[in-house]
Design a protein around this ligand. Structure first.
Ligand code: SF4
Length: 313
């Protein structure tokens, strides 16, 4: 739920006249309703219509023509000066935790979750404590400033917990797979919406990545993708990757889509934009799209044994 009155108070305090509003796809309609609330409060309002995938993907046009951007659905990554971040809180039913406990094998575990459930961490810790389980919650890196927070591009909070068993609470399997590869821990994923609890295995994903690396070894050219999105732009890394191979070329892009990759015609790409693209969208891409570390393996500067999941520090 959007904390309307809090945001309106902040906007009045800052003497804001014009507000830009941005939200990810699943929250856009609620964001439009919120935009109308702001309009009724007397603000001039601009609604961002472009796709938005994370707080790494701030609308730069909005703040250019408004006094401030209200970015809904994600926690801060950078630039809090002209941006108000309003992350969306989704409660976790206590009952869904019971099944999770049954799958845990240790009395001291790491606990991580995604942004919308962060406010539930004390409740989960208390629930586990009543079952005799200590849940270690640690802060991650710059990108995940909240203790226990993981993103699809940062699993540092899971690593920092330093536990050989980790409970991930949230929907989807990408995050717990990332946690498993990043930590080598046993990872239990508890989906609070479906109530499904499972131990994740990264084996299949790793087999696919290994096959892509082998395929890429015979590619004659490589497009090194450099994002123009504010929080996904890893320019130093992209330039380093270009330096590794005489047939690598830097390719700037805002949206990385199958059509764009097809039209450019490279037989292989290396993704330095959002790390999830290479993993989640590979099935839609016409050719292999490697992570930076995978490309290093292709170029012979790393071994497969050093494989780890791509993250943005
Ligand atoms: S880089 Fe990707 S995973 Fe990270 S915050 Fe942005 S959209 Fe999410």
């Amino acid at each position: 739920m959007i904390q309307r009155s809090d945001i309106i108070l902040q906007l009045h305090r800052r003497d804001v006249k014009t507000v830009a509003v941005q939200a990810p796809e699943g929250l856009k309609r609620e964001a439009v309703r919120f935009a109308f609330d702001l309009k009724r409060e007397g603000f001039r309002v601009i609604m961002s219509g472009d796709p938005c995938y994370g707080s790494c993907d701030l609308d730069r046009e909005g703040p250019a023509i408004a006094d401030i951007l209200v970015h809904i659905g994600h926690a801060p990554v950078d630039d809090t000066n002209k941006v108000i971040y309003e992350y969306y809180q989704v409660d976790i039913p206590k009952d869904s935790l019971r099944e999770g406990v049954r799958h845990l094998s240790q009395k001291r575990i790491g606990l991580v979750t995604v942004t919308q459930h962060l406010h539930c961490i004390p409740m989960i810790q208390e629930f586990l404590a009543n079952e005799g389980i200590v849940a270690v919650v640690k802060a991650g890196g710059k990108r995940t400033p909240h203790p226990g927070q993981v993103l699809g591009c940062s699993f540092e909070a899971a690593k920092a917990a330093g536990c050989s068993e980790i409970l991930y609470v949230g929907t989807g399997l990408f995050h717990p797979l990332g946690v498993a590869i990043a930590t080598n821990a046993r990872v239990i994923a508890l989906d609070p919406v479906t109530g499904i609890v499972q131990e994740v295995s990264a084996e299949r994903l790793l087999r696919v990545r290994f096959a892509l690396i082998e395929k890429a070894k015979v590619a004659e050219q490589f497009g090194i993708l450099l994002s123009t999105k504010s929080g996904q732009r890893r320019e130093e890394l992209a330039r380093f990757l270009v330096s590794l191979h005489p047939s690598a070329l830097l390719v700037t892009m805002n949206e990385v889509t199958p059509d764009q990759l097809y039209n450019l015609g490279f037989p292989c790409y290396v993704n330095t934009a959002c790390p999830r693209l290479a993993y989640d969208d590979q099935g839609n891409f016409p050719v292999p799209v490697l992570t930076p570390r995978e490309f290093e393996i292709v170029c012979g500067v790393r071994n497969w044994e050093e494989y780890t999941v791509d993250q943005i520090p």
